[in-house]
Design a protein around this ligand. Sequence first.
Ligand code: 6PG
Length: 226
Amino acid sequence: MRKHDFSHRVELDQALARTVAAALRVDLAQQPRVSLALSGGSTPRGMLQQLSRHDLDWQRVDITLVDERWVAPDSPEANEHLLRECLLQGPAAAAQLYPLLRPQHSPESALPALEAMLAGLPRPFTAVVLGMGADGHTASWFPGADNLASLLDAESQQRVAATRPASVPQARVTLTLAAVLDSRNIHLHLTGTDKRTVLDDATELKLPVAQVLQQTHTPLHIWWSP
Ligand code: 6PG
């Protein structure tokens, strides 16, 4: 686990974007296509905008999401909306987005199509970028979710799952821990002193994010600023 602390969020955004872009270039030199899995929320906005400006062979980059709120496809609350608005601009507009939102009325009914989609993406991911909520969730692995144990089963063959946490208004689809670990690197991106305290206590409190902190399968980088 490597920790990257910054005094200012802009510096963090620039550095993480540079790191992801560099990793993409390395993999693009070695394979025909590469893939990223990115989180939504508010934290990654600046980093995604920085990443979009990097000059690389974006047309060979496949991008999917770590998780998605089950909302209308054109809803501003969709994580897909954030990626389209902040990342798929400029040079990065040439990347291929593989969204998790589907026209099916429920996330459960979309899972077979999503599993097939994810199976077709280059693996391992070049990078997975995770956020973290103040409750210690990451991806859509929320404390108290009925199926949390199966979401966090590192040996699972399931790449994607539906979950209906009581603590959030929408049903979710999310990559499983097993899918997230199938990456060359995991970048956990969070800001603020409150979240830093949650992160520091996550293992002791057995919060979902602790599963990422404790695993030894995939190199983990933690990116933080106040
Ligand atoms: C989502 C995200 C989620 C996010 C955390 C942090 O759908 O909300 O994918 O896992 O990373 O909730 O969100 P903020 O960056 O908004 O604090």
